[in-house]
Design a protein around this ligand. Structure first.
Ligand code: 2AM
Ligand code: CA
Ligand code: CA
Ligand code: CA
Length: 255
């Protein structure tokens, strides 16, 4: 599927999510702990997206967070990696700061990425062949700022524990932001509103943003600088080229 087709699909998903918020009949369940939530809407949106993708692209492989689709052993060919609602806790408690995300890879190479912030109606999309767009307008790569010159997005637990110097890095930056949604934080990084983001993420949390970061020549990896595995949850760092290099020098050390 091309960029326009996926954007239409994501906006349709966004409309469904807004209708669900208006109807207030959202069923909330917990997964691994009391703060790890999933709702009937996460599952419904995932079903809607997968059904539409499979209809258009029957040979595609799909990895998605919910409904037991979170493992993929064979990443050859075209792979769609889906997070139906990124920031479910925000969706439930805040009714904003959540995204719908799709990352498309071909033989493990980034092809297209989409981060749709539903309540802001902000669609970031693109890939190495076409560049990065925000609501249809082509974006320039953000300035290659150093850590001292911008805001650092963080996972609140890692910040509080100063995990691999996360808090020290926050103190070097102009300030820290902890919005509880990988898609929102990575969108801000892509828009030049952050110099980096440090968290603990699964493949569907960084697949879409990863395509767009790569397109802009920005960096993401594990905290020690080695590549993310696209399987299971891993400590994650992303940033402008300069800030990433500065941050990795510290995060690859333990406390
Ligand atoms: P999610 O809402 O799709 O689960 C903040 O918690 C960010 O980390 C969100 O983007 C969230 O995505 C992601 N995250 C990944 N694994 C998580 C987990 N086990 N519990 C809570 N958030 C998780
Ligand atoms: Ca989740
Ligand atoms: Ca997520
Ligand atoms: Ca999710």
């Amino acid at each position: 599927m091309d960029r326009e087709e996926i954007e239409v699909l994501l906006r349709q998903a966004g409309e469904k999510i807004k209708v669900a918020l208006d109807n207030t009949n959202i069923q909330v369940d917990t997964k691994t702990n009391r703060k790890d939530l999933v709702t009937n809407i996460d599952k419904e949106i995932q079903r809607f997206l997968i059904e539409a993708i499979v209809k258009q692209d029957p040979h595609a492989k799909i990895m998605a967070e919910e409904n037991g689709r979170d493992q993929l052993n064979d990443f050859s060919g075209r792979v769609y990696i889906i997070d139906p609602i990124d920031g479910t806790l925000n969706f439930v408690l805040e009714q904003e700061n959540f995204c719908v995300m799709i990352g498309i890879y071909e033989d493990q190479q980034p092809v297209l990425g989409f981060i749709y912030d539903v309540m802001k109606d902000q669609m970031l999309s693109g890939g190495p062949k076409i560049g990065v767009y925000c609501n249809g307008s082509r974006l320039d790569a953000p300035a290659d700022l150093r850590i001292e010159d911008g805001l650092l997005g963080l996972n609140s637990g890692m910040y509080a524990a100063n995990f691999h110097h996360a808090r020290d890095l926050g103190q070097k930056a102009m300030g820290v932001r902890m919005l509880g949604c990988a898609g929102v934080e990575l969108s801000a990084l892509l828009l030049g509103q952050r110099i980096g983001y440090i968290s603990n993420l699964s493949p569907w949390d960084y697949a879409a943003g990863g395509v767009l970061l790569e397109t802009f020549g920005m960096k993401m990896s594990r905290l020690d600088g080695t590549p993310l595995s696209f399987s299971g949850r891993e400590y994650f760092i992303a940033g402008t080229k300069k800030a990433y290099t500065e941050m990795i020098a510290l995060t690859k050390q333990e406390n």
